[in-house]
Design a protein around this ligand. Structure first.
Ligand SMILES: NC(=O)c1ccc[n+]([C@@H]2O[C@H](COP(=O)([O-])OP(=O)(O)OC[C@H]3O[C@@H](n4cnc5c(N)ncnc54)[C@H](O)[C@@H]3O)[C@@H](O)[C@H]2O)c1
Length: 350
């Protein structure tokens, strides 16, 4: 594979992780970094690469195959559009854009510019997520009856020192739940309707801190999700997956999938089922089976290698722009449902 020439736009929380991933990836030449904040110059200097404060200038000056867009969500659309105009492929952080209208416009610009779009729902690159999908799709737990999922943890107060996180669109639904929605779409299938309620009573910001939702999947399965970033709880993907070393592991599970033959706890991948004989049922002890051990790989690294393959035309994006839009629509459906206090179909928003 030829070395892929990449730049990172946005050197904040997630941009720093992309820079580190790009530097250790042997398929990548890290070309430049860009941030409106001049403090980014020091970060670029640690990588020995040029720094730009204006992404237009970065795109005009540097010879790039791809760009990783790791800026606040409301800037994804204009930056992605500029990359499309320069014919530069994009790995765009999630959510693909701040609004569905922007997402549609970006998809059109990407098509016109002939660029590939990979959306940064990096959990789909996690081996355990892929195994959960496999077990559910291949019928190991029988027909899926339902899933219960938790995103419940405590973000420290200083996380909210960044102003955009306190405003509508910067809260746990669009920032965090969107990952779980994407996981559930990937593992269980398309979400047909969403019914949700939100609350901002604990933190008192404009944006929600808590939400409760029910999901109806196209295959007939049901789901419930509790979301809160204001509670000391061990039950979230962040604290259970071991994916990001900044979060200490709680050793708990965050999703439980229930099927007609067995149930699966994620990410411990514990399968619960009855022996065939005598007649299975609640009077008998359940067996527990551990299905897999996680791989010691960072999904951001796997995602980046995949981005290089997408750029080199040897792979189709695992999370295309359209998939990113559908996940955003399902997440927007949560906000809309809470607002109108009615079930909402994500497909009505595509
Ligand atoms: N995949 C994940 O797990 C994950 C995790 C965190 C954040 N994110 C997403 O990544 C994006 C960034 O989040 P963050 O938490 O890193 O934010 P952040 O505020 O920590 O960093 C954003 C950076 O972008 C810079 N910036 C703003 N406008 C810019 C512009 N026009 N050009 C260049 N730089 C600009 C800011 O100065 C800042 O340094 C958001 O869309 C967020 O949803 C994804």
């Amino acid at each position: 594979m030829n070395l892929t020439r990449l730049a990172v736009i946005g050197t904040g929380l997630i941009g720093l992780r992309h820079l580190a991933a790009a530097q250790r990836n042997t398929n990548v030449t890290l070309v430049a970094a860009c941030d409106t904040n001049p403090a980014g110059a020091q970060i670029a200097a640690t990588y020995g690469i040029p720094f730009y404060q204006d992404y237009h200038r970065l795109l005009a000056v540097e010879d790039l195959d791809g760009v990783i867009i790791a800026t606040p969500t409301n800037t994804h659309a204009p930056i992605g559009g500029a990359c499309a105009q320069h014919g530069v492929h994009i790995l765009i952080e999630k959510p693909i854009t701040g609004t569905l209208e922007d997402a549609r416009r970006l998809l059109a610009a990407a098509e016109e510019g002939g660029i590939h779009t990979l959306v940064g729902h990096h959990r789909r690159h996690n081996y355990v997520v892929q195994q959960a999908r496999e077990l559910i799709q291949n019928g190991t737990i029988g027909d899926l009856i339902g899933v219960t999922a938790m995103f419940a943890l405590l973000k420290p107060l200083d996380y909210y020192n960044v102003t955009w996180r306190k405003k509508v669109g910067g809260g746990p639904i669009l920032t965090n739940l969107i990952h779980d929605i994407d996981n559930l779409r990937f593992i269980c299938g398309e979400i047909e309707t969403v019914y949700a309620a939100t609350s901002s009573k604990t933190r008192g910001f404009d944006v929600e801190d808590t939400a409760g939702l029910t999901l109806h999947f196209a295959n007939g399965a049901l789901g419930t999700v509790l979301v809160s970033d204001a509670t000391p709880s061990p039950w979230s993907y962040e604290l259970t997956s071991g994916e990001n070393p900044v979060y200490p592991l709680s050793g708990q599970d965050c999703y439980q999938f229930c099927g007609t033959k067995a149930s699966l706890a994620f990410p411990s991948m514990t399968l619960w089922r009855y022996p065939e004989q005598p007649m299975p049922g609640w009077y008998r002890p359940l067996e527990q089976v551990r299905r897999i051990d996680p791989k010691a790989e960072d999904p951001l690294d796997v995602q980046l290698t995949h981005f290089c393959e997408v750029i080199q035309d040897t792979a189709q994006p695992l999370i295309s722009g359209v998939e990113g839009l559908k996940t955003l629509a399902a997440t927007e459906a949560v906000l809309k449902s809470a607002q109108v206090q009615m079930p909402v179909s994500p497909a009505s928003l595509w």
